[in-house]
Design a protein. Structure first.
Length: 140
């Protein structure tokens, strides 16, 4: 039987949200999940780890010592993942479509002369230039 794929970063995020929110229900609301889905995910996480992370009661949620340690590590892991994503995105070359609308004299004398150097520096950007003396509705 094939083992289902485990989304460890998702499990960590849900667990950290549960701890921060103070309840499964509150975490479920912020994560746009059902409380039962959050509860099942935490139960699967605990089963996979072989450790109880949370002591549940109807009124409060209490972390076990293992839960405290897992939460602390989880917060660090999520922060490291966010930092890695920011670094990767910052290093990525800009790409996409740049639309420029300008009145004719400014476009001819200032914008158009700069375009070849700009496109050489940012080859993954395509430019759509419209030069007109008419008022353009930007929302349209």
């Amino acid at each position: 039987m094939a083992r289902p794929e485990i989304n460890r970063s998702g499990e960590i995020e849900v667990f950290v949200r549960v701890v921060e929110a103070g309840s499964f229900s509150a975490a479920a609301r912020t994560l746009r999940m059902t409380p039962s889905a959050v509860s099942k995910l935490i139960a699967r996480l605990e089963a996979r780890l072989g450790a109880r992370l949370v002591s549940r009661s109807t009124r409060r949620l209490q972390l076990t010592p293992e839960g405290v340690a897992f939460h602390d590590s989880g917060v660090r892991i999520l922060a490291d993942m966010a930092a890695a994503e920011r670094e990767a995105a910052a290093g990525a070359a800009p790409r996409g479509l740049l639309r420029i609308n300008s009145y004719v004299p400014f476009g001819q004398h200032r914008l158009i002369p700069l375009l070849p150097r700009f496109l050489e520096h940012y080859p993954e950007i395509s430019v759509d230039v419209v030069l007109t003396d008419h008022v353009i509705d930007l929302m349209e």
